[in-house]
Write a protein that binds this ligand. Sequence first.
Ligand SMILES: [Mn+2]
Length: 432
Amino acid sequence: MIIVTTHKGSDFDALASLVAATLLYPGAKPVLPTSINANLKAFLSIHKDLFDFYSPKDITYEHVNTLVVVDTHSWNRLEDMDALKDKKDLEIIIWDHHSEGDIETDQKNIKETGATVTMLVQEIEKQRKLITPIQATLFLIGLYEDTGNLTFPSTLSEDAHAAGFLLDRKADLYILSTFLRQAYGKKQKDILFDMIQKAQRLELSGFSISISKMEVEGRIQNLAMVLQMYREIVNVDAAFGIFRDVERNKCMVIGRSNVDEINIGLLMRSVGGGGHPGAGSALLKAVNPDVIEEMLIELISGNQHSSVLLSDIMSYPVVTVSEDTKVEEVVMILRDMGCTGMPVVDKDDHIVGVISRRDFKKVRRSNHMQSPIKAFMSRNVVTIDHNRSAIEAARLMMKHDIGRIPVMKDDKIIGIITRSDAMMYFYDLLPD
Ligand SMILES: [Mn+2]
């Protein structure tokens, strides 16, 4: 007997993948966990008769010789499957878009697509299996839910192709929009209430800020929406949530800002994430939430309480070029050293500019290759004194959107601090 199952707290991607897998493995019994999301319950209350789902307790484990697991590959996310853990000669097949999991098998179909159902739909298309409009609708709901209607940064072109294929197969967008509400479920509500109860406001550089730290279990969807609501409710200029997933030892940092002066995208980039001025996030491994909070406060307020000096973490010696060096030569030096920019100095070794990849865009004509580099370098040089802190360097990088800053002592360059130097420093703060 072949069974297909998926994770507890099943969402639409899980359900869609479960149904899709039964098409790829004819005769396979779909085993739906008893714990499923609220919007899935609503969908099944109407569509249940169309699908022949089994409950884990209906399964006689001795009869199972093939186990197909979709949208997870962790034993502890399955419901009542422990009896199969050590079963001899059990064939296990995995279809999942999460990179982490402990179910061992040599039949792993794992790719970090936006939704698991995308991979199964690709296979259905490849094998030219027929699907009904209702199946296509369910698959598209799963795909849209996990990719935020193809807007989440995790979305790949494969997801969009699969969506196109499903629309071709008559997926019904009216039905889809009925069931696909923004997932503001119990989990999200509990988190929001907890955040509001513990809400703290601080005033930093004239702005009202709120930073909440919380422990969460597993991957919780739509935390960004929760944070957006939170910022509006507590009415601050910028709000940050630091969500620590204890089990995976990761912190999800999400920011929302309503003022131009606090650029979330730049802030998140300086801690290893990304985003745009109003919204952004970063996923940090093994970082203490208190350290992240401290970093955010320091970055926004520009304080320098750090006792570690730049001279301890900067890179040196620094290769510089003289302002009279020909463009052609500078290009060669950069290529040889494998770097993207360097400081430019005059004959007294004083810094007069920096040259970076951006500046070479100005070099158009080939006769420019013989010009001195001073004709193309940027003269607005941001430098930092050697006795400043790493936090301040990170703040300058953020403010000017640059990745390297020359470190100065008595008007001479003694080193250079790069974004990765600053990151190394922050990560070294971690407790073991
Ligand atoms: Mn999924």
